[in-house]
Design a protein around this ligand. Structure first.
Ligand code: 5GP
Length: 181
């Protein structure tokens, strides 16, 4: 694809790491049921692959959030556009997220979900961009630490496109320059 400047993480690397994360989660939880909460839409690919490698009993539910502010700057003011269908009270919850950047979205979500009294609450993110963090987030499972670049693929979109691409790439700047100028 012309838009690809460089593949940062290949499909094989993602699949290997996701399997390892699934195994680590299974070891930690054993026979305890886990309520996986996928943050749409970016977390969907990751959830599907991750869940296949978890041997503990799992349920999953979905949440959608939208961040106020412009396209490239997270404002931290978050609105829930789709809420969970099931109560998480007394459950062992893992939030499944595509990427943590500033941490503002997850900080809001953590407070919101904590107030619903889960038995435990952990975070599993495929990608972590620690260099851009604005609030501290306790991340329990991380797939890859990534540099502070705009990334696309495997759930991450560019204008809602390319979420289906099975690897993660850095797009050519000419494609998104207008948005960051
Ligand atoms: P935060 O609140 O941590 O700054 O934002 C997290 C959200 O911003 C992610 O769930 C994702 O939707 C979006 N995001 C952060 N970094 C990237 C990136 O490099 N590429 C894409 N496509 N989205 C990103």
């Amino acid at each position: 694809m012309d838009i690809v400047e460089r593949v940062l993480i290949t499909e094989e690397e993602i699949q290997t790491r996701v399997r390892e994360l699934g195994q680590a989660i299974s070891q930690d939880y054993g026979d305890k049921p886990i309520a996986l909460i996928c943050i749409l839409k970016g977390g969907l690919m990751f959830l599907c692959d991750l869940a296949k490698h978890i041997t503990s009993p799992v349920t999953y539910d979905f949440m959608s959030v939208s961040s106020y502010g412009d396209a490239t700057q997270s404002s931290g003011v978050v609105r829930i556009t789709k809420d969970l269908e099931e109560s998480i009270e007394g459950k062992h919850v893992i939030i499944v997220e595509d990427i943590i950047d500033t941490g503002l979205t997850l900080s809001y979500l953590l407070n919101n979900l904590r107030s619903r009294n889960p038995a435990s609450l952990r975070i599993c993110t495929l990608l972590n961009k620690p260099s851009n963090r604005k609030v501290e987030i306790p991340v329990d499972y991380v797939g890859f630490e990534v540099p502070n670049a705009f990334l696309v693929g495997y759930g991450l979109d560019f204008r809602q496109l390319y979420r289906n691409i099975p690897y993660i790439f850095i797009p050519k700047p000419k494609y998104y320059q207008d948005e960051i100028d």
